[in-house]
Design a protein around this ligand. Sequence first.
Ligand SMILES: [Zn+2]
Ligand SMILES: [Zn+2]
Length: 346
Amino acid sequence: MMKAVYKADRSKGIEIRELPEPVISDNEVLIKVRSAAVCGSDIHLYNWNDWCDNVHAKNPIIIGHEFCGEVVDVGSNVSLVKTGDLVAGETHIPCGTCMLCRTGKQHICQDMKIVGVHTDGAFAQYTKIPEICAYKLPADTPHDIGAIYEPFTIAVHGVLKDKIGGCSTAIFGCGPIGLFAVNVASVCGASPVFAIDINDYRLKIAQKLSDNVIALNPHRDKIVEIVKDKTKGYGADVVIELAGSPEATRMGFELLRKSGRICIIGLHSREVSLDFVNNITYKEATVYGVTGREMFESWYQAENLMQSGKINVKDVLTHEFPLEETEKAILTAQEGKCGKAIIKIS
Ligand SMILES: [Zn+2]
Ligand SMILES: [Zn+2]
């Protein structure tokens, strides 16, 4: 038996339960989870709001999908990893046979399942994933760092989607992925990097990540004016939207320079009205939707960046909780008075 964070039904909340350990099939990997991290989607699942219905989330289910752990058993067909390897989990489970999977776009597979949303997840002492979703980490990776590879790779995907070196870059939303994006953009040569959020606690973390970060709060600062002023009146070369806010998105388009690119990563819970003619057509703006990670290019890039010694993840990992206090971790993340909340499991 094992301890796991269990979402029994649609009512608000979670519980810690003793459940049987997962049983693997020939193509699966059994993992003893070392560390996990709380994601925005865990907050949605905790509250069971519209997002859960929109993605057809399942219950009952063990939640949690950002994790790393040690391989303790592998199915008979598995050759990618072996017992004893430290692995992180790719959350998107691809079908492997659809047109998207067969054309290098497994991360947006037509029939994709998500760990901890559609299949039992990682806030547990043990979890299982298909072999294809196991990414072997350097053995000396600290477990809290291993646990945030998954969200870190989303930032890597968005920032490195197109040219970034030497580009002025405005990042809206300084939650954990936004902070990772600020960090990755700076390390990859973006400058200046405007970090924009209404949460001063998180802006303080952003400011710590690099000297060329300009932290701005729309409640206080005239964002569009400041960005244009610092970019000779042209606007930012690159905008990364992680706030999931219509206001932030409109502001992002407004301060994007002509021929600039904007990545929309944040999940908007409302429709966004936007003046297309002035913000996209006349600007010749390039708009990228970004979800998850390129499988597995973003993972290799993330590992190289982590190994470079130039990435500062430590300042983003502000809180740590034992598995038994996962509810507290989720509520702390929901409140926003934290960077990334880590759950230490074994
Ligand atoms: Zn996540
Ligand atoms: Zn597929």
